[in-house]
Write a protein that binds this ligand. Sequence first.
Ligand code: GLC
Length: 754
Amino acid sequence: MFSCFRRVVAAGLVASTTLAVAPAYAQKSKKKAVLPRKTIEQRVDSVLALMTLDEKVGQLNQYTGDAATGPAFNDPNKVEQLRTGRIGSMLNVKGAQRTRELQAEALKSRLKIPLLFGLDVVHGYQTTFPIPLGEAASWDLEAMRQSAHVAATEAAAAGQHWTFAPMVDIARDPRWGRVMEGAGEDPYLGSEIAKARVLGFQGEKLGATDAVMACAKHFAAYGAAQAGRDYNTVDISRRALWETYLPPFKAALDAGAATFMNSFNELDGIPATGNAYLQRDILKGRWNFPGIVVSDWGSIGEMVAHGYAKDGADAALKAITAGSDIDMESRAYSSHLDQLVQSGQVKQTLVDDAVRRVLRKKFELGLFDNPYKFSDVKREKAALNNPQHRQIARDVARKSIVLLKNEGNVLPLAKSAKNIALIGPLGKSKLDMAGFWSVNYDSTTYVSVYEGLQNKLGKQATIRYAKGCGIKGESQAGFAEAVQAAKAADVVVMAVGEAYNMSGEAKSRADINLPGQQEELMEAVLATGKPVVVLMMAGRPLTFAYTAEHAPAILYTWWLGTEAGNAIADVLVGDYNPAGKLPMTFPRSVGQVPLYYAAKSTGRPSQNDKDTNYRSAYIDQVNSPQYAFGHGLSYTQFEYSNLKLSKNEVGDGETFTASFTLTNKGKVAGEEVAQLYLHDLFASATRPVKELKGFQKVMLKPGESRTITFTIDKDKLSFYNNDLQWITEPGEFNLMIGSASDAIRLEQKFTLVK
Ligand code: GLC
């Protein structure tokens, strides 16, 4: 069973046993090349010149294979369409053997153009890593690059050429279930992470067999869906688009992302897939993107439902004109594009440009030379879930854990703890550790919290499990057993949160409380007076006011993947000192949403939670979050001191530095993510009260001090003016160094002079 796949009858796909030989025009890698190797562009031109219009349209047509990740058509003759060159790429076909079979069918076509295989390898192929929002909490770019590289290595051994990741949508509304797939609320952090993930997936150059094409998605502003309701309307200013939602896409493009995927939402009244401003003016025009734009599942055909296209033909016309190259699963192109070209409504050059983009990637991947190079059964066996990959997954999982609270130093667990009660519906769960987008869920490869504790402490402590209640549902039937287990224990570990399918695509929640009776279970267990450590496991920021107030220790562990239990145990006993920082604001209540740190001052700013009289505040809730963007504690303490700016007056275009001393004042080594924020105090457009402009993650031994230096250049002082020009304006700035967005430890003003 796959967590995000609804297994459908394999839609007319039958395995064929014959494997075709490589196509005639492929350059034989064995023979010494006699003629100078044609450039890729020349090879693209030579193939394009041979193609009929039908074959060109075929290259722009993408069907799903053995599973569906959207509303699926049941198309009985896909193999026939493969054999006649009507399909250029497929998604949801997994495994070296299976991809070889279908590749062989495609190579029976007249021109033997190889097929591309794409899959949502979002946080791992077989070895599963923390959900991307969890990984973002590590603020460890190298760890995230490594994670993506392991995913690519496994996927590329199992027939995949293309992952539909990284999802780089900025999201500031935890009601939206897809926050789990991204990097949170901040454009700067999101951009840095986008780069790391693209490099991890693609490596230095496409074509290596430990790399796959990345896909920056969903272009654009999908995360700004009104009310956090998936697929809902997006209606934001051009400033918000450029300032907040586009930067991670530009970062992904600059890192070489081979493909982009457009989004389901409309933007300012025009669905993204038919939005020429997004795809032609910005992406392929101003940014000069040379790669492929693939539609999201059915998004071209959905323009009819949007009320933007009259029918399928109109949808195809609007999509190809606006710059959508491949049609994923809507069949608008395969049904209408040839007539649109023949009738002159669509220029042949538009189709040719789209086909070129597809052929170019197939050449860059080396598929024309060897269509089976990524479908390698031997390499697949060696790569999937191997010990090295699992060790990396455990390391990335540990780094993703955020210590939200630790009163009375309940954590790390005392080695003397002999009786541990593990209570809660996620204590023995494995599927929930996989998250919504796991593509190869195999329970035997997962380590639950219970197993992780047994592995770590089983020889010296008794670990008793009591479920207490379900993740959902109203029953409290298990409370008595749970309370009894707590009373008999030295310490209680609670494992609570969301099920794997409560965050993810089409999983928006209007109420983001800890679901079911879990908070009531918490209350009953806390009433025993035993020391309680809470593991909060979810795909999004949850609200859990009672727990936040009454539990002495809380670790936010997201959904950590294959090695979840071992990583959590490492942190619980102090073998790893947690250093995660929140990539997204945690509201106290859903009524505060959208709540994010880079907010505007307003004309009546509330200076603190008590300052509410004629202020921008509520009468029934404070403004401050439960936990702020950038928040995360450690088992040690860090001191920030001695801030020095190399200039207090900065000329336009000049660079200057901000240095300070960071000291580990505690008894254990630990990592700290020091954050640089800037506030442009006055400008021709209002500026956020703080914006993240840099961060450094530093490991310090007990007592160790280090000088940390940030370099501030013109780009960090720039913003979009009312004409959307990226400019600087003279004036005063406040420079802040923080351990969180709401924990500014040092600050100093400086002036930008013309
Ligand atoms: C889904 C998602 C997209 C995914 C695609 C293929 O609907 O929106 O992120 O890559 O379809 O599964």
